[in-house]
Design a protein around this ligand. Structure first.
Ligand SMILES: C[S@@+](CC[C@H](N)C(=O)[O-])C[C@H]1O[C@@H](n2cnc3c(N)ncnc32)[C@H](O)[C@@H]1O
Length: 88
């Protein structure tokens, strides 16, 4: 995975900024679906921009990492987040 701690904070995945796509493609309080969630950068940027998020990930280690990173992303608004792997 090419995402680093530094680029994740800026919402960049493999050199492509995530934030403009989230802002253009989903209204505030809408839901972003990432079926290949990885370490959860898209979920973090969704949360920063007051979007709800559903993330699906094959690798349980990444689900754990994504949950921690998204939990550590602070916003002052209640949002719904669901992270899913093969065991539900
Ligand atoms: C490059 S990462 C995606 C990065 C992510 N979109 C983000 O915002 O950080 C790709 C991820 O897709 C996962 N993946 C690959 N095939 C999958 C599948 N069939 N179902 C769910 N996740 C899958 C891999 O385990 C890997 O973690």
């Amino acid at each position: 995975m090419a995402t680093t701690a530094r680029t994740a904070g800026e919402g960049v995945l493999r050199g492509v900024p995530v934030e403009p796509m989230i802002l253009a493609g989903c209204p505030e309080n809408g839901v972003i679906l990432d079926p290949f969630m990885g370490a959860g950068t898209t979920g973090m940027v969704a949360k920063m921009n007051y979007r709800n998020f559903i993330g699906i990930e094959l690798n349980p280690k990444y689900i754990d990492i994504a949950r921690k990173r998204i939990d550590a992303t602070l916003v002052n608004k209640k949002l719904n987040f669901k992270l899913m792997g093969k065991d539900g």
